[in-house]
Design a protein around this ligand. Structure first.
Ligand SMILES: [Zn+2]
Length: 416
């Protein structure tokens, strides 16, 4: 395959997860009678620019049109994180009623609604029609499309150049990275800023976060690799923040080549941390496969041992990352009875691949499971707070990544 960042031939396998169905293709009762499409899930690393990436095996349009059901506003912590961002960036960039803010993958307006409240003009770009409709109902102008350089030109012609471009958890999903970044450069005013948030690859390798790998994530960025991609497409990173979402993300602030922006010390700090962890050496990238295999064996041994005793085990959070873990491990409903979730569009469906039923949160109170496996470990704290009530019948929490950990609802760790 050809590197999405530097265009050279990529031939080193980083991690092979064999094959899986698309992680967001939840199944209806009727779908259970049909064959699910499985696609290879193999991740490569480029030895030149260190971009970790999967080959594009399924078109982005196909993924987003097939049962994509993620509504950001259902996640309270996510909306809070967005509000904090808007409150910080507005004075930093001196945004006002004559500014323009454009967000790619604006989802249901979970973020732009905070600019709208401040009277700052904003425009969303969102490929999923169902989520875009929710944003429009909130009064947020939204273009139903993918953000590309061609779309950037259309936006500039109609609305002018942007003061701020936001791309949260989208750059990893972009099949044509160069075109996306060129689009940002086209869209921005000469002194404009783009902020991009993405899970920091350093955490993936450090904490064995292999379940963040699925078909919709084409690229896994470090500052080293995103910096190289920016340079190749007329942008540069002038500031970096670490943000505690998705198991540790980077928020990079970028400007157009030639813009009068001093490069902040934070850029050098994060680069030094990455080099210190060996991200500039190919050998660092090998060796994760063995850790993943060991972790999954431990998880399966736990499930098998407990189910043999007649224990009730439920999951919590029908997130995409849970599906990577469950499908790589080959878990089925005879090991995990059901997965509870708050998203109405998922309840009543079945997880892709594992075919575990998704039920509403009330099913936990009804069934009183002995263990609740928290699948989206990035929301562990919030989920534990929500589900404190399982302590009433001695229920315990299980997290799998980075190591299998069992805790009582009171918070004390139980040896495995
Ligand atoms: Zn490369």
């Amino acid at each position: 395959m050809i590197c999405r960042c530097c265009g050279r031939e990529v031939c080193h396998v980083f991690l092979d997860l064999y094959a899986a169905p698309p992680a967001n293709s939840f199944l209806t009762q009727d779908d259970l009678g049909r064959t699910e499409p499985y696609y290879p899930l193999c991740v490569y690393v480029c030895e030149y620019c260190y971009l970790v990436q999967i080959d594009e095996t399924k078109s982005a349009k196909e993924i987003f049109n097939s049962g994509y059901v993620y509504f950001s506003s259902y996640n309270e912590a996510f909306v809070r994180h967005a509000a904090e961002y808007v409150n910080a960036i507005t004075p930093q960039l001196r945004l006002n009623e004559s500014s323009l803010v454009v967000e790619a993958a604006s989802n249901d307006g979970y973020l732009l609604q905070h600019f709208k409240t401040k009277g700052i003009p904003c425009l969303g770009v969102e490929p999923s029609g169902s989520t875009a409709e929710v944003a429009k109902a909130k009064g947020i102008e939204t273009i139903v499309d993918f953000f590309t350089s061609a779309l950037a030109e259309t936006i500039v012609a109609k609305h002018g150049n942007a003061d701020l471009f936001i791309g949260n958890n989208v750059v990893a999903h972009v099949p044509n990275l160069a075109d996306f970044l060129t689009g940002i450069a086209t869209l921005l005013k000469p002194d404009g800023t783009a902020t991009l948030e993405f899970p920091h690859f350093l955490n993936l390798i450090r904490d064995v976060q292999f379940d963040t790998i699925y078909h919709e994530h084409f690229s896994y960025f470090s500052l080293l690799s995103i910096g190289e991609a920016m340079r190749r497409n007329g942008l540069f990173v002038y500031r970096v923040e670490t943000v505690p979402v998705h198991g540790g993300s980077l928020r990079v602030h970028c400007a157009k080549e030639g813009a009068a922006r001093a490069v902040d010390a934070s850029v050098q700090q994060v680069l030094a941390e990455e080099v210190g962890a060996g991200l500039d050496r190919l050998e660092t990238y090998t060796g994760l496969q063995g850790k993943v295999e060991s972790l999954c064996r431990t998880f399966l041994e736990f499930l098998c041992r407990e189910k043999a005793k007649g224990t009730k085990i439920a999951g919590y959070g029908a997130a995409a990352k849970g599906n990577t873990l469950l499908n790589y491990c080959g878990v089925k409903p005879y090991l995990i009875d059901f997965v509870a979730d708050l998203t109405p569009a998922k309840v009543g469906k079945f997880l892709p691949g594992s075919r575990i039923p998704v039920r509403g949160e009330e099913k936990i109170a009804e069934d009183k499971p002995d263990y609740v496996v928290i699948l989206p470990w990035n929301w562990e704290k919030e989920i534990k707070e929500r589900l404190q009530f399982i302590g009433a019948w001695g229920g315990k929490f299980v997290t799998v990544i980075p190591t299998l950990t069992i805790t009582s609802a009171g918070g004390s760790k139980i040896p495995t």
